[in-house]
Ligand binder design. Structure first.
Ligand code: NAD
Ligand code: ZN
Length: 346
């Protein structure tokens, strides 16, 4: 079968012929319906060996997957061949306290694990088939699995970040800020509109991304001079109660930090690794800056419930497996609107 393989540090991936995998004990083989191209993959193949956050090659990319069960591995029962599932990507040890609550992202035994997840050290879904532990399957029922694929990361990651910030958005007259309106940011706007009554302010450098966010219910601010002033004006001078930075560069973290209300929460989700200088008198009282990583499998069940209820709908640009490398080139060039999803069996 064909697969998009990350072969070497700081090297663009290749599309090549590999063996079709066999599901191990407790696993299934999925025929891939959709595999989202996440901006984290760009970081993954550009990392220097040993850099913080790096994952050792070689493996097939694709940590945002959906598919139909093709084959059951030894010992698997209660799963029907042909059914559609979304894949929870993180894989921890499965038995520590974090894994026990479905939060494999914070596995206490991560140092001993051979990989971080499906498409992150272990072969992912940018291929015709992928193997997945049964524990990582989230049923999709009759929902379209191709459009659902982005939920596994571009939906789950903002959902987790927003859910943790809900106490700050609970009540009238609240404001949320979303910076970076790509795969994650567009779904973040939809989740904020569905779960809160907050006014959602959003910004990006790209015009089409701003138009899409407006259609999703946000008020947009152009990425030009005077952004802080305009955001503060929209909040009546108070500042925003929760901000979500889906870029994470120095200028975006500093922009968010400059418009936070007292007792607010700024979540940095983007991994551009920018830094921010903190000091007592320049920080609004009791405001928090934090980061979040992906989400729990319980969160993912809730994201799927929102999708099936029509509350969120990923905006998808489809690519065939032959065009998968183009999808990554376009993502790097900022030419994708919403999420690029590779569809191997079109
Ligand atoms: P994307 O490429 O689809 O979207 C990024 C958007 O940010 C684009 O629309 C781009 O125009 C915009 N942007 C870039 N620089 C900007 C700036 N200075 N000001 C305003 N907008 C700017 O990326 P994505 O797949 O949505 O991922 C977003 C970020 O989140 C990436 O850094 C990715 O690696 C990270 N990520 C983190 C997690 C996590 O668990 N923390 C999970 C998935 C992705
Ligand atoms: Zn664990």
């Amino acid at each position: 079968m064909r697969a998009v393989v990350f072969e070497n540090w700081q090297t663009f991936p290749v599309l090549k012929e590999v063996n079709r995998p066999t599901p191990g004990p407790g696993e299934v083989l999925l025929k891939v319906a959709g595999a989202g191209a996440c901006h984290s993959d760009v970081a993954v193949y550009n990392f220097q060996e040993g850099a913080p956050g790096s994952v050792k090659p070689a493996f097939t990319l694709g940590h945002e997957n959906s598919g139909w069960v093709e084959e059951l591995g030894p010992g698997v029962s209660g799963i029907t061949v042909g059914d559609a599932f979304l894949v929870y990507g993180p894989i921890g040890c499965g038995h520590c306290k974090a894994c026990s609550r479905g939060q494999d992202t914070y596995c206490e035994n991560v140092a001993e694990m051979p990989y971080l997840g499906i498409g992150l050290g272990r072969d992912g879904g940018m291929a015709e088939y992928v193997t997945v532990p049964v524990r990582n399957l989230v049923p999709l029922g009759d929902a379209d699995p191709v459009d659902a694929a982005p939920l596994a990361d571009a939906g789950l990651t903002p959902y987790h970040a927003i859910k943790l910030a809900l106490p700050h958005l609970n009540g009238g007259g609240r404001h949320a800020l979303v910076i970076g309106l790509g795969g994650l940011g567009q779904i973040a706007v939809q989740i904020l509109k569905a779960l809160t009554g907050a006014t959602v302010i959003a910004t990006d450098m790209k015009e089409d991304a701003m138009r899409m966010a407006e259609a999703n219910g946000a008020i947009t601010i152009p990425g030009t001079e005077g952004q802080s002033e305009r955001i503060l004006e929209l909040t009546g001078g108070k500042g925003v109660d929760a901000a979500f930075d889906f870029v994470g560069a120095g200028p975006t973290i500093n922009l968010a930090a400059s418009v936070m209300a007292k007792r607010s929460r700024l979540t940095v989700v983007g991994i551009a690794n920018g830094s921010h200088e903190w000091s007592f008198f320049t920080t609004p009282y009791e405001s928090t800056i934090t980061n979040t990583y992906w989400g729990t499998i319980e969160d993912l069940h809730e994201v799927v419930a929102m999708y099936r209820a029509g509350q969120i709908a990923p905006q998808v640009q489809r690519f065939s497996l032959d065009q998968a490398l183009d999808a990554y080139r376009k993502l790097e060039a900022g030419e994708v609107s919403g999420r690029a999803v590779v569809v191997p069996h079109a």
